[in-house]
Design a protein around this ligand. Structure first.
Ligand code: UDP
Length: 178
């Protein structure tokens, strides 16, 4: 991790939060549950949230260029919000003393080019792909190992990317129409 880069307040903020939670657990026996959320998306994201899924859908719906940062070969693994919420509830229901950390996400892996093509086709958009500079410290890959969640929470994500994107596109279509 880069402790002083433009993403550091986000990256280090998460790390520091985990540290403090575990200190409270050790010092005050606070019952804690630590989850690590990987790229989650779905209806009710803010249109200018800036994350890749909302950016691409909003751009496609408006017929604007789709902004691919870098060559678009970096991959992400996208988890639909309903799957994440289900896992969170299952985690909260685990026995006292089971703290995690536990990875939650959908391991299915896609390049940003693949994501852009899916979005364009679901929206039926004429948008073109344009390349923009890759932000510093942008990870090449993010893919959760969810074996602990699978065994401990008896959970696995159910919503594939196409179905989740369809719901999300429907939401943004409605929101942007208003
Ligand atoms: N990204 C992109 N175009 C955008 C927004 C993001 O190509 O309009 C890329 C970004 O560079 C990153 C990936 O999509 O490689 C996921 O970005 P996001 O901010 O959604 O999640 P994170 O980088 O935190 O995993």
């Amino acid at each position: 991790m880069n402790p002083i880069g433009i993403r550091s307040c986000y990256d280090e903020g998460k790390r520091c939060a985990e540290t403090l939670f575990f200190d409270y657990h050790r010092q005050h026996q606070l019952d804690i549950k630590v989850i690590r959320i990987f790229n989650t998306y779905g209806p009710r994201m803010h249109p200018s949230d800036g994350r890749v899924v909302s950016n691409f859908i909003v751009q496609a719906l408006r017929g604007e260029n789709i902004t691919i940062y870098g060559d678009g070969q970096q991959t992400r693994s996208f988890c639909y919000v309903d799957d994440l919420v289900e896992a969170m509830i299952r985690m909260m229901d685990t026995e006292n003393g089971f703290t995690g950390p536990i990875n939650l996400g959908n391991p299915g892996e896609f390049t940003m080019i693949e994501l852009a093509e899916k979005v364009i086709s679901l929206v039926g958009s004429k948008s073109k792909l344009v390349h923009k500079p890759l932000p510093p410290d942008d990870p090449k890959q993010r893919k959760p190992d969810i074996s602990l969640a699978q065994s401990k929470l008896d959970w696995t994500p159910k919503v594939n990317l196409d179905d989740g994107l369809r719901e999300t596109v429907a939401y943004f279509r409605q929101t942007l129409d208003k």
